[in-house]
Design a binder for this molecule. Sequence first.
Ligand SMILES: Cc1cc2nc3c(=O)[nH]c(=O)nc-3n(C[C@H](O)[C@H](O)[C@H](O)COP(=O)(O)O)c2cc1C
Length: 179
Amino acid sequence: MADPKLLTLSGSLRKGSYNRMLLALAAEAFGPATVTEGDLDLPLYNGDLEEAEGVPEKVQHLVQQIKDADAIVVGAPEYNKGITGVLKNALDWVSRVPGWPLKDRPTVVVSASAGRTGGETAQFMTLSCLTQHQARLIPGTAVLIAGAMNAFDEDGRLKDETSQKLLTKRMEKLRAEVV
Ligand SMILES: Cc1cc2nc3c(=O)[nH]c(=O)nc-3n(C[C@H](O)[C@H](O)[C@H](O)COP(=O)(O)O)c2cc1C
């Protein structure tokens, strides 16, 4: 069988994002795969824009990447005890494409955030939105990286062995769903 296709979606757009670092480690732990990073730098959802121009090409591209993916891992940082606008906006756009592209797609959500709870509330909200999308959420112990600014070493590796083990276990479980 060809390598499975893993799609990563980061709720943070910034280059130095800890969630993107976490997603890179998640992809590594997933094992051999064709890894694609979805681009969530999308226009803000606006029903008038949708009516005038239809679903933007960037959203359609993202939807195709979702449809092509065998598995998805979402990095959900926390902003003000909630899901980031970037991630919510992307999920809102995706829901405007008929057929629920995320439906039945094996998906895991991980989070890195500055606070002590590691983005637990944002992760919970993300899981809730993904339930509406009918994604196949793969259960397991939550991967929540607290104090993200101190959690990674200069090579982007998690300093805490337990967190790395948890991430590895979770990604192995995701892989088991698709190969
Ligand atoms: C607008 C804003 C709100 C934030 N609110 C929270 C919060 O509620 N909880 C938390 O743990 N961190 C919060 N943070 C800090 C983020 O967790 C931190 O910036 C983190 O690095 C974001 O993820 P990233 O590194 O992937 O960009 C907030 C940051 C911003 C910019």
